[in-house]
Ligand binder design. Structure first.
Ligand code: CTP
Ligand code: CA
Length: 224
């Protein structure tokens, strides 16, 4: 472990990170979820901690061991994540949203378990709030906002669109086309694009090392 690293570039800074999936309830025993493990966000939180920052991690359902030095806030739904983020946004200097937030949530949640029938079942879904976009709209001068983009096609083009439409300082493009990268893996292959349109492709590597690459970029942006 590299616990005794001397580089404390983020000393005195507050870092807010979202991670993991969200679970959107259908009834008391069912939900709509996704395969995010939360690992990328947890590695980011640990890296920020090592760099001397105070770290708040808003994290969806997972089975990870979270370092008690991280202020972790456990949530389930996109709506709960939205509120947890906005309750902790004011004094954050760096905000990184790595969560795989559900884009839709059941319009009505049944109080009782839905019984099976022989005909088909339709569940009406309503769009969730875009948490990252909502933060981009209220971002202050001294706040650096970082998003992720998960794409399968026209990857860089789509990532740049997200960077601009959500008012981000930086976006991490996660490519699902590479074997061993992304959901459920311990490795990731990313491209980092900043607001000045610098594009940097990284090799497939462990998520811990990807977290370190991301913070190196953040620290160099902070110096500008
Ligand atoms: N995000 C968010 N709140 C949402 C949806 C997404 O904060 N309701 C954030 C994610 O945490 C990520 C970024 O937005 O940092 C991009 O998420 P992604 O799913 O790639 O893009 P979307 O904007 O949701 O668009 P689409 O899924 O249609 O590609
Ligand atoms: Ca989405």
């Amino acid at each position: 472990k590299k616990n005794f690293r001397k580089d404390k570039s983020l000393f005195g800074k507050r870092v807010l990170i979202t991670a993991g999936p969200t679970f959107e309830k259908i009834d008391p025993v069912r939900f709509i979820g996704n395969n995010s493990s939360g690992k990328m966000g947890l590695f980011l939180a640990e890296e920020a901690l090592e760099l001397g920052a105070e770290v708040t991690l808003v994290i969806g359902p997972n089975n990870l061991d979270i370092n008690p030095l991280i202020n972790s806030i456990k949530i389930e739904s996109a709506q709960q994540m939205y509120h947890a983020v906005h309750n902790n946004i004011d004094d954050a200097n760096i905000i990184i949203m790595s969560a795989a937030v559900a884009d839709y949530s059941p319009k009505n949640v049944s109080d009782i378990k839905i019984k099976k029938k022989t005909d088909s079942l339709t569940i009406e879904l309503a769009p969730t709030k875009d948490i990252l976009k909502s933060v981009g709209e209220i971002k202050k001068q001294n706040q650096l906002l970082v998003g992720f983009a998960l794409e399968t096609n026209d990857e860089k083009e789509n990532a740049i669109k997200k960077l601009n439409s959500k008012n981000l300082d930086m976006i991490i493009l996660n490519s699902l086309n590479d074997i061993g990268a992304g959901f459920g893996h311990n490795t990731n292959k990313v491209t980092i694009i900043d607001k000045n349109n610098n594009v940097e492709d990284f090799e497939l590597k462990s998520k811990a090392l990807v977290a370190s690459d991301i913070f190196n970029k953040i620290i160099s942006l902070l110096k500008q």
